[in-house]
Design a protein around this ligand. Structure first.
Ligand code: GLN
Length: 489
């Protein structure tokens, strides 16, 4: 096989070629490492180590030769720099953890390694996964391969850009309020965030623990299904919130018929704020689903807009608590100049954290403080429950929910200036499913202004990932949006 074609293969095709020994794991890894180097200007990677990757690839080749190969043996992948890894530095996009090396691998990382995945390196992201444009990375922003003056989205911006530019066939991501779905949408690829608790949070640098969820970005729903099957499953000794639900083979039902499928279309997702170009692509996708035998059902998610204030109270509250561990004592950055212990804490945190992280720590501390807890945090928790109830009401009338992922296509790097609210508002369509702990995905369904990709969001009830992936796969069998590539890639 011509190595030039390797980056065009899907994960499923690559796994088969490796299994059939048409290509070696070393050759595959080297090919992607070379591509990553050639495209370093995109800023997708934060750490690579050729020696480590090739060592893993040689071990994969040995297992392929010995007939002890895993399902994904030799398939290369890169991880969002929120997952801790023994073999690569882990920074969470923060100066606070610059150069930090974990003594262990995150569960998601080790499960993929058990299945045979070879790690290409660590991918850029917003600092502690806080952001929607990857511009909060302490190191450098990531460019969108479709238009390098635009953001790839965030916080898993490095993951989405790497997959779209074919620097990796797939990448892990995390989604707290949309960080897999929105970058997948902005970069024209497929991404899924499973039900909260489906994949272990062990070894994921914590942002907002009641929302953080690992997932995957790839070019096709089939690849997402394949990878997710290896990532999920209970982890009772290490993550007490991981669900006691056995691992599932999400590829088994990919081809299931979607005739008669009821797709709920929430009116609140199609209001004034939705850009006409995004709306046109989403409407066309819904029509395509009708042509495939699905039925559109108008539904209402009346508290959609409230998800913004609710999320931006709860997520910072949890972040302020999670990030208290970065105090210069146990690990990570420590200030060089200080007078006493308190000053050491203060200098360390002032130097180590970026502006957005500091903003959230301050908001979080405020909403949890005596006198404000009832007014903000408790109210937010109550509305969070109502948002979850709204979904249960909606799922009485439909099997899945569909709508836009984001109100616009990818915006210009720096386009939101110093206005964090502009970023927050753009999260309006992804936050509701996150607050309800529901699985959600994005699949490419067309192009909007300036030929920038548009994603369709699918939201399912708890533990219906297999159905979501099936619904996305059927669409991809009938269309070719997922095969489009940025110019020059
Ligand atoms: N954009 C949201 C935020 O800034 C979501 C981020 C995420 O899902 N990690 O918090």
């Amino acid at each position: 096989m011509q190595s030039i074609d390797l980056h065009d293969l899907t994960v499923a095709e690559l796994a088969a070629s490796l299994r059939d020994r048409k290509v070696s794991a070393v050759e595959t890894a080297q090919h992607f490492l070379n591509r990553a180097q050639a495209q370093a200007g995109l800023g997708a990677f934060l750490d690579t180590d050729e020696a480590v990757t090739l060592r893993q690839a040689r071990a994969a080749d040995a297992r392929l030769a010995a007939g002890t190969a895993g399902r994904l043996e030799g398939v290369p992948m890169a991880h969002k720099d929120i997952f801790v890894t023994r073999d690569f530095a882990t920074t969470a996009g923060s100066r606070m953890l610059a150069g930090y090396r974990s003594p262990f691998d995150a569960t998601v990382v080790s499960r993929l390694a058990d299945a045979g995945v070879v790690t290409l390196g660590k991918l850029n992201c917003d600092e502690f996964a806080m952001g929607s444009a990857n511009e909060n990375s302490a190191f450098h922003p990531v460019k969108n391969p479709w238009d390098t003056s635009r953001t790839p989205g965030g916080s898993s911006g490095g993951s989405a850009a790497a997959v779209a530019a074919r620097l990796a066939p797939a990448a892990t991501g995390t989604d707290t309020g949309g960080s897999i779905r929105q970058p997948a949408s902005f970069c024209g690829i497929t991404g899924i965030k499973p039900t909260y608790g489906r994949a272990s949070r062990y070894g994921m640098v914590a942002f907002a623990s009641s929302l953080d969820q690992a997932g995957v970005l790839a070019r096709t729903a089939e690849d997402c299904a394949l990878l997710l099957s290896s990532m999920c499953g209970p982890d009772p000794d290490r993550d007490s919130t991981s669900l006691d639900v056995p691992a599932e083979d999400f590829t088994r039902t990919l081809d299931a018929d979607i005739n008669g499928l009821r797709i709920g279309v929430p009116s609140e997702f199609f209001g004034e704020g939705l850009a006409p170009d995004v709306r046109a692509a989403v409407d066309a996708a819904l029509k395509q689903y009708e042509a495939l035998g699905a039925r559109l059902v108008p539904i209402s998610l009346p508290r959609t807009e409230l998800s913004i204030p609710v999320y931006y109270i709860i997520a910072p509250a949890e972040a302020s608590s999670n990030l208290s561990r970065f105090d210069g004592v146990k690990f990570g950055h420590r200030a060089k100049n200080f007078t006493d212990l308190t000053d050491m804490y203060e200098q360390t945190r002032a130097e180590g954290f970026g502006d957005e992280v500091k903003r959230r720590i301050m908001i979080g501390t405020y909403v949890l403080s005596h006198g404000y807890y009832d007014a903000y945090y408790l109210q937010a928790q109550k509305i969070r429950r109502m948002i979850a109830d709204d979904f249960q009401q909606a799922f009485k009338d439909c099997d899945v929910i569909a709508g836009p992922v984001a109100p616009t296509v990818a915006w210009e790097l720096g386009g939101h200036g110093n206005d964090p609210l502009a970023d927050y508002l753009a999260d309006v369509f992804t936050l509701p499913a996150s607050l309800a702990g529901l699985p959600g995905m994005s699949l490419p369904v067309g192009f909007g202004a300036r030929n920038l990709p548009v994603g369709l969001q699918l939201i399912g009830n708890h533990l219906t990932e297999a159905r979501l992936l099936n619904v996305a796969h059927r669409f991809q069998q009938a269309t070719d949006w997922h095969t489009r590539r940025p110019q020059g890639i």
